[in-house]
Design a protein around this ligand. Structure first.
Ligand SMILES: CCCCCCCCCCCCCCCCCCCC(=O)SCCNC(=O)CCNC(=O)[C@H](O)C(C)(C)COP(=O)(O)OP(=O)(O)OC[C@H]1O[C@@H](n2cnc3c(N)ncnc32)[C@H](O)[C@@H]1OP(=O)(O)O
Ligand SMILES: NC(=O)C1=CN([C@@H]2O[C@H](COP(=O)(O)OP(=O)(O)OC[C@H]3O[C@@H](n4cnc5c(N)ncnc54)[C@H](OP(=O)(O)O)[C@@H]3O)[C@@H](O)[C@H]2O)C=CC1
Length: 497
């Protein structure tokens, strides 16, 4: 019998960010392994014209929750969606809901965040720092609370090369940052943002670092733990391999490469690709929730959920495996044949951006215009180049994360819990994982049918023929021009003939 699964039985659990990528995988695992839990409160905002209930039904209707509905047929009754906006005071939660949350909650998993790299500092602070502060305040008024689990990121200290499982101080106290966001106007914030974030690459990683400091400073007597996942990718095993539902991290680039838009990327092939499957993060999170509540460590423990020091993969190997998978499982209606190169130097990056990204987009848009259609490729390409420039920081460096606490926790688990809540990345086979990831992107993100693979392969063959024809024509034109201008070239030509 799993001790962790039994622990969550009968519990009232509060999850923020339950509608996000990690939140869904977390809820799924909780219900599948502890169907006898009492209730899961989720803080949800109405979005895109959908009510809270519609949002919950949409989640439960997805393939991700198929197994849950078998083991916990009344899952929809156990999810209590609470209308909340983490950007508002008291999260805009009604008095009755707040009363219920405060009096019943046993465990909090705080997953909500803005993960956009380019978010305005005010918004990133509001969600990643102030909301965390407010949630801690709420937690301090919960008499039945046993553990508060804060999800941060392994990149919250990416300005360091070696990162230990400790909370590092920030140059400016979070309280001062929160205060200043209240009275500074947007233009001034824009101006001081580069100075404030210093050697952090973006507002996301900076505000996640501030969030951790807030947790440490304002956690009071709460039982708190911080989890730092690296780059969260599709699921490895549970509930099935390859599940993914957003474009963050590598997923968007896998699509761009598979559809033939992404032809080169400024990345260091030998740099460690610290990916971590979402189900691994969730297993560790649930194990940490149990450990923190039952063992009540004296201080706030930080757990690194990373793969690099235990089972490293690098970007070069990952890129090759992604491309190899496209041979077997191509995406439909590709713009060009998938074939992306890694470059490490600025000049070649600019060259390939011009030749392989911008030029084909301009030519294609010209063709669209000629055929009376609206040009769109240049815009799309500009977006891709902007995304690439934001991700570059992470694919040209390697970090070392120590994992003592995570390994300690693994040794504390019973063999059954090690199996049910497996977060041992040493068992991960990268080639198999990446293949399933690409397949998952095709099925769950692009919603492409596997029956379309033969047609997709035919399409790639046509693109290859067009490519050969285009190159041959280009060569002949260049050769003709050369012959017209150079006696040596003419002599070579006559010699060959
Ligand atoms: C050889 C072949 C190799 C192929 C694979 C190689 C893989 C290399 C992968 C490298 C990835 C490295 C990632 C490192 C990240 C580490 C960071 C730490 C991890 C974390 O803690 S948090 C999670 C990470 N967060 C993110 O990834 C968010 C990043 N996204 C953003 O910040 C913004 O979306 C972005 C990129 C600034 C774009 O903003 P904007 O232009 O405003 O666009 P929108 O977000 O509104 O979206 C517009 C449009 O673009 C689509 N989109 C969004 N994100 C991506 C993406 N990452 N890639 C591609 N496309 C993306 C989005 O769906 C929208 O489409 P529409 O059709 O709806 O308009
Ligand atoms: N994805 C990754 O690669 C990594 C993520 N992390 C961390 O893991 C956690 C989860 O990330 P992930 O699931 O990928 O992120 P997502 O962007 O998928 O989900 C974010 C969640 O936060 C919610 N949220 C955002 N703003 C508000 C708001 N104002 N009020 C209420 N809810 C809000 C979103 O709700 P809505 O659906 O309404 O938008 C969504 O449920 C984050 O803390 C992130 O920093 C750490 C390392 C890597």
């Amino acid at each position: 019998m799993s001790m962790i699964a039994a622990f969550y039985g009968g519990k009232s659990i509060l999850i923020t960010g339950a509608t996000g990528f990690m939140g869904k995988v977390l809820m799924e695992k909780l219900f599948r392994t502890s169907p006898d839990l009492k209730v899961v409160y989720i803080l949800v905002r109405p979005k895109q014209g959908q009510t809270l209930q519609q949002r919950v039904f949409q989640i439960l209707d997805s393939k991700l929750f198929e197994k849950v509905k078998e083991v916990c047929p009344n899952v929809h009754e156990k999810i209590r969606a609470i209308s909340a906006d983490l950007n508002q005071n008291d999260f805009a939660i009604s008095k009755e809901d707040m009363k219920e949350l405060l009096s019943h909650t046993n465990i909090i998993f705080h997953c909500a965040a803005t993960v956009r790299f380019d978010d305005h500092l005010r918004h990133a602070v509001q969600l990643n720092v102030t909301a965390t502060q407010q949630l801690l305040l709420m937690a301090s008024q919960m008499p039945k609370l046993e553990a508060f689990i804060h999800i941060s990121t392994a990149f919250s200290n990416c300005n360091l090369k070696h990162i230990d499982e400790v909370v590092y101080p920030c140059p400016v106290e979070p309280k001062k940052i929160i205060d200043s966001m209240e009275w500074l106007d947007d233009a001034i914030i824009d101006e001081i943002t580069p100075k404030l974030i210093g050697d952090w690459p973006n507002t996301y990683t900076y505000t996640k670092a501030l969030g951790e400091v807030v947790v440490q400073q304002e956690g009071g007597n709460l039982n708190i733990a911080i989890i730092r996942p690296s780059i969260m990718g599709a699921t490895w095993q549970e509930p099935f391999p390859g599940w993914v539902d957003n474009l963050n991290g590598p997923s968007g680039l896998i699509i761009a490469a598979g559809k033939g838009f992404l032809r080169s990327i400024r990345a260091t092939p030998m740099a460690v690709a610290d990916l971590i499957p979402a189900d691994t993060v969730v297993n560790l999170t649930l194990a940490v929730g149990w450990y923190t509540a039952v063992h009540r460590p004296k201080s706030t423990l930080v757990y690194h959920c990373t793969s690099g020091n235990l089972n490293p993969c690098n970007w070069g190997k990952m890129g090759l495996q992604v491309l190899a998978t496209f041979e077997k499982i191509p995406f439909e209606r590709a713009f060009r044949r998938p074939n992306a190169d890694f470059t490490t130097n600025n000049i070649t990056t600019h060259y390939w951006n011009a030749v392989s990204h911008r030029a084909p987009a301009i030519i294609y848009d010209f063709y669209l215009r000629l055929t009376g259609r609206k040009p769109r490729m240049t815009k799309l390409m500009n977006r891709l180049l902007r995304t690439l420039s934001m991700l570059e920081y992470f694919v040209n460096r390697s970090w070392e994360w120590s994992t003592y606490n995570t390994e300690m926790l693994m040794s504390e688990l019973s063999p059954e819990d090690q199996r049910v809540f497996n977060f041992d990345v040493r068992q991960l086979n990268w080639l198999e994982y990446i293949e399933n990831y690409v397949l998952g992107v095709k099925k769950y993100l692009l919603k492409e049918d596997m029956a379309g693979i033969p047609e997709a392969k035919q399409h790639l063959k046509r693109l290859r023929n067009i490519h050969y024809l285009f190159n041959t024509a280009l060569f002949l034109i260049a050769w003709r021009l050369l012959i017209a201008r150079s006696q040596v070239a003419r002599n070579v030509w006559f010699f060959i003939m």
